[in-house]
Ligand binder design. Structure first.
Ligand code: ADP
Ligand code: MG
Ligand code: MG
Length: 210
């Protein structure tokens, strides 16, 4: 398989909504250790809204599907994560405008744009202990695999493996952004909630493309 269809993109969002529902308590528990115990609630609320609205635009182009997803997240999720994930989808939408399907390279380019949006909005640097600490190595792994002519399922296998390791690698980091940074050294020893939901995004993509 080498082409990402509209059905893939729609099912990615559906799988993600399911992952976020199943992991709601887990994400909230992680956020209760170093934040305000709402990350699971925030993400689940946002993607319940996305699922509610998806039927209105699931037949439109890939760009529209991502753009509407981003707008829904921006308007329905409070906290840091809503604007950040909302920006991811809005920025990822741009290059997919008018497209009914995408090559693996086009999907990766769109995700790069999305991550770029998170980084510029959140002003994050490596090892700040945020979701970006999952996105950077994951995108690098996807590029690496795609550049070596791996097929879609191999690219996504490597991406998930990398995302899981990167998520665990946030445990020893001291937070320098977001609420967790208020804890200073006490943020060390806990897995970042946003890094965890970002891994779930890759997990949902794998379920879709496997
Ligand atoms: P809030 O902290 O406002 O309650 P959430 O709990 O939903 O929002 O999300 C917290 C997550 O957001 C963190 O675990 C972290 O991964 C991510 N985050 C916070 N600030 C930033 C930032 N400036 N850049 C990137 N990610 C961030
Ligand atoms: Mg929180
Ligand atoms: Mg909050």
């Amino acid at each position: 398989m080498s082409v990402v269809t509209k059905q893939h993109i729609v099912s990615w969002l559906q799988e993600l909504a399911t992952e976020l529902k199943e992991n709601r308590e887990y994400l909230t528990k992680l956020d209760s250790d170093i934040g305000d115990a709402d990350h699971g609630l925030n993400m689940n609320r946002g993607f319940e809204k996305v699922m509610e609205k998806l039927p209105m635009y699931e037949n439109k182009c890939l760009g529209t599907i991502f753009k509407q997803t981003g707008m829904t997240l921006l308007s329905s999720v409070g906290g840091a994560s809503g604007p950040l994930y909302g920006t991811f989808f809005l920025k990822a939408a741009t290059s997919l405008n008018g497209k009914e399907e995408a090559s693996i390279q086009e999907l990766i380019a769109a995700m790069d744009d999305g991550v770029g949006g998170i980084v510029s909005r959140g002003r994050t640097k490596p090892e700040d202990k945020t979701m970006c600490d999952v996105w950077w190595p994951t995108m690098e792994a996807m590029h690496h695999a795609a550049d070596h002519d791996k097929d879609l399922s191999e690219v996504i296998d490597l991406a998930l493996h990398t995302a899981e390791e990167a998520m665990r690698a946030t445990i020893p980091m001291q937070a320098r952004k977001g609420r967790a940074s208020y804890l200073g050294e006490r943020s060390i020893g806990h897995q970042d909630p946003g890094a965890t939901s970002s891994m779930l995004m890759i997990k949902a993509l794998k379920k879709t493309l496997a």
